[in-house]
Write a protein of this length. Sequence first.
Length: 402
Amino acid sequence: MLIVKKFGGSSVADAERINNVAERCIEDYRKGNQVVVVLSAMGKTTDALINNAQTINPNPPKRELDMLLATGEQTSVALMAMAMAAKGVSAISLNAFQVAMHTTSAYGNARFKRIDSERILNELDSGRIVIVTGFQGVNRRDDVTTLGRGGSDTTAVALAAALRADACEIYTDVEGVYTADPRIVPHARKMKEITYDEMLELATLGAKVLHNRSVELAKKYGVQLVVRSSLNREEGTIVREVTSMESMLVSGVAVDKNAARIAVLGVKNEPGIAFRIFDLLAQRNINVDVILQSIGRDDTKDISFTVDQEQAKEAVQALKENKERLTIQQIKEEKNVAKLSVVGAGMQSNAGVAAKMFEALYDVGVNIRMIATSEIRITVLIDLEDVDVAMRAVHDKFIHEK
Ligand code: ADP
Ligand code: ASP
Ligand code: MG
């Protein structure tokens, strides 16, 4: 079997954990498998590197930031190869350039275009464990790119697809995918299985246990994933197309604290205004999520929407530059908000899910500021300070009560 095993930052946080991961990989290797290991940067290294950058320049050039962040993963793969060598196993570390993992040019948010499998396959054939840097790629100028925070999962899935691996295992600091973040809702339940679609919604809506693009890629290429703990041998959660379980009304609750709310006040109440505002943001690659339009004073309207915090500055800047053309009287930005979502394929055919969610929030006195729905999710925007209480209340309404 060819197995891709990915270990996140906490799983390789110190020498002891690196040795533990090395042992686990060697175990599979000794059973006669070909093993490709994908690693994240150690512990909170990426955060520390970002801090370093900002101390030097609060607005670092994106190319240089990627150049810096990529060093985190390079450190872990080299140390892992050394750990394996010390245990008498032949291993080789490779960065994205050495593999040739080609991405788009978008620094900080690059997407894979093509992965050369030749080098890795040659190394595997000569009996080595291959250890690859997660989170990074190279663009067509041969510059280093990164895939966005949490992107190592995507590296693992992309490699599993390119190498036609028999298994893709994502090892992390929890035992699998839970009905809610187990750090916020301690009694959340571990799921045995979850579909790609549900996992994709959860990941996109803030459950960072998997990078959302890794789920997108897994679905596209039919890569079955297992999410499990690097610290024990518990079974974990399988992510695949269909699950054998009956689809539940609500499979999980997710929270995204990385949201910012932007309000555009007093725009003319006439056709085409919303189009021009959101087209402007789309042209700058700014993703908008929850949107609310309301009537303002004197035949004007107010439009509020959420974006990721990293994009808020750029969004406000773009709107300011076009204030007159878009007939905007005032722009407001707010960061102390969070998105709370319930996700479940079962809600398509079930009325009353929204009502039940709002009831749970009412029970704990949490105010809803905006609402968005799709076929399999309901999202509300709430104050950041309410998040933990709200998440537990909503989770228990759907998942404990059954
Ligand atoms: P890694 O460094 O291994 O990639 P991450 O920190 O990116 O780990 O993701 C694992 C974390 O995701 C967990 O520690 C947990 O707090 C969080 N998390 C959020 N939602 C969920 C969920 N539904 N199930 C499991 N973990 C979740
Ligand atoms: N080290 C990167 C990050 O912290 C990538 C990852 O952990 O997946 O975002
Ligand atoms: Mg992660």
